[in-house]
Design a protein around this ligand. Structure first.
Ligand SMILES: Cc1cc2nc3c(=O)[nH]c(=O)nc-3n(C[C@H](O)[C@H](O)[C@H](O)COP(=O)(O)O)c2cc1C
Length: 332
């Protein structure tokens, strides 16, 4: 099937397009998600939120639930180690009316795995089933699941975990076809996405190694998946949503010039300052900003300066100097 932009029905929710921003712990915060939506993401996710955090009424967990007004289609992802914790969390999350709630079954971080959550669930499809069922029993929102291929190379079981989730009522499966033991290294095995798509009736989304509009088109075309989630490829690069929308529609796309990239980074910073204050925003924006200029000639010096910037004025000054230093006598 030719790759195309299309609406996608996820349980009772209709999302107008199939290019999503994946959950990324430490990165998919409101100011960044807002830009991704401006540039064309059809649905954005929170980073994974601790189900236990809701039970304990943790303030930080609740803040992570906050949503920008342009996030019309919005997913909340949780990680949980027991059906009780998952059910309690969704009851709470439902009050903020997201589009869907997603269960993380892929996080490889030992701190998470030790609690029986994240990729630990890949070793226990029965428990995964019971978690999804408990979530379904406690919310009318669509419940979706994000899995990996399996725990390690010797136990690839995405078919079994996806079946368990669907039998329990999952409305969509996203497969990141790497095993837990691969972490984020090596390449994602897209063939598994194609295989899964032929086996289950709910929408299948693919994640893994999506860095360009061409990658997204290829994943859609080669696997027949219903949609894609950009992850690392969207960092410092919310433009990837505009580019992919254009590419899928016309076969070509505009790429942002250095001015647009820096201006977008500064806009994200402005919004982050509004939301969390100048000090925290400037500290947290450093990791984003270095991605915004990645690949621009001379960006190494810029990176060295920006990782020390402490105020919005410092960011602006460093960014202005950087743009003026670019070749071809750019007038500004
Ligand atoms: C820094 C980082 C944080 C991530 N956090 C989450 C998360 O909170 N929940 C989740 O389901 N996946 C998370 N992922 C996995 C991504 O959503 C995605 O599936 C994975 O990076 C593969 O896509 P990519 O190769 O295009 O980056 C994270 C990945 C990275 C690199």
């Amino acid at each position: 099937m030719p790759p195309r932009l299309s609406p996608v029905r996820i349980g009772s929710a209709e999302v107008p397009g199939n290019l999503f921003l994946a959950p990324l712990a430490g990165f998919t915060e409101p100011a960044f998600r807002r830009l991704c939506v401006e540039y064309g993401a059809f649905l954005t996710y929170t980073e994974m939120l601790s189900a236990e955090g809701f039970i304990r009424d943790n303030r930080k967990t609740r803040l992570l639930l906050e949503r920008e007004e342009n996030e019309v289609h919005f997913g909340v992802q949780i990680f949980a180690g027991s059906p009780f914790a998952a059910a309690s969390a969704v009851r709470d999350i439902e009050k903020s009316r997201p589009t869907l709630v997603d269960l993380n079954c892929g996080c490889p971080v030992p701190k998470v795995v030790r609690t029986g959550a994240g990729s630990s669930l890949l070793r226990n499809p029965r428990l995964l089933h019971d978690m999804v069922k408990a979530m379904r029993d406690h919310t009318s929102l669509p419940v979706t699941v994000k899995i990996r291929s399996g725990w390690d190379g010797g136990s690839v079981n995405y078919r079994e975990t996806a079946d368990a989730a669907v039998q329990a009522g999952a409305a969509m499966i996203c497969l990141h076809p790497r095993t837990r033991s691969q972490g984020y290294s090596g390449s994602a095995c897209w063939e598994q996405i194609r295989d899964l798509k032929t086996r289950i009736s709910v929408p299948v989304f693919g994640s893994g190694d999506l860095y360009t509009p061409g990658d997204a088109a290829r994943m859609l075309g080669e696997t027949g998946c219903d949609g894609v989630m950009f992850a690392r490829g969207a960092l410092g690069n919310p433009f990837i949503f505009r580019e992919t929308r254009e590419f899928l529609t016309t076969g070509a796309c505009r790429t942002p010039d250095p001015e647009e990239r820096v201006a977008a980074g500064l806009r994200q910073l402005d919004r982050a300052v509004e939301l969390k204050g100048e000090d925290a925003a400037c500290r947290e924006m450093r990791k984003h900003f270095v991605s915004y200029v990645k690949g621009i000639p001379g960006s190494a010096r810029f990176r060295a300066l920006i990782v020390q910037a402490r105020t919005r004025d410092e960011y602006r000054r460093i960014a202005g100097d950087f743009l003026r230093s670019l070749p071809e006598g750019r007038e500004r």
